[in-house]
Ligand binder design. Sequence first.
Ligand code: SF4
Length: 282
Amino acid sequence: MRIKLAESAGFCFGVKRAIDIALKTATSGKNVYMLGDIVHNEDVVKQISAVGIKKIKKLTHGKNRILLIRAHGAGIETFRKAQELGYLIVDATCPMVKEIHRIAQGKECQGYRIIVIGDKKHDEVLGIAGQLKNKAIIIDPAKNIPWAMLKKVKKACIVVQSTQNIEKVEKIVRVLRPRIREMKFFNTVCRPTRIKQKEIRIMPKQNGCMVIIGSKNSANTRRLYEISKSLNTRSYWVQSKKEINPQWFKDKKTVGITAGASTPDSITREIIDYIRQIGKAS
Ligand code: SF4
């Protein structure tokens, strides 16, 4: 049985960068806090907590404290409040998310209503909406288009959560275009996501089955799984080797593997070794 690992499997540039910043900040001698998990992966969360960085639900007092802003970014109000409370801010927002903020703010200043295509409750989407003076219209691809909110919109700028499924986004944009008189569309799906999605549109057709590795709360892993499953029903989403069923690989000549942007390479390697053993035993 041959195992084919996607070239783009695992950490993206923004996640790697945020983890490096977090580990470096942990050595500062100050108490370091984060509003939520650094990324959606249990192993990375454990690693970050082991170096003493604490997760909090809300800001309290910031004396001698550092607030680490995660790769997903945060709204202006979070920065303002943290500063007011005396936190020192270390910003690990991915530069590609910052670029989405810049576009949205710039276009709002030019009079465009901002539409964000993304998961309604995802921190990145809330962070983008949190850059704006007016309420953004969020279009969640998993839900219906909120036509009532779009009714009076004549001039709009669309930006996209960096990890969205490009095909679904383009479909929504095609539906919106004839309904909005002046519409600007910035496809802000980031480069690492594009590369991952390009591979996952090919690999399921070339392999007997697919294993997609990543946390069950990772949105980008879910999207890789959904695309894979639509092309090869023998697609399986696992967080660890414990979830692997040897039967999946019965009579399979090749297995394709990929991993979400927040999945550490150590987990992927462990799973590959395990599948290799299954292949040898059968
Ligand atoms: S998925 Fe893209 S935007 Fe998000 S952290 Fe990774 S590189 Fe940055």
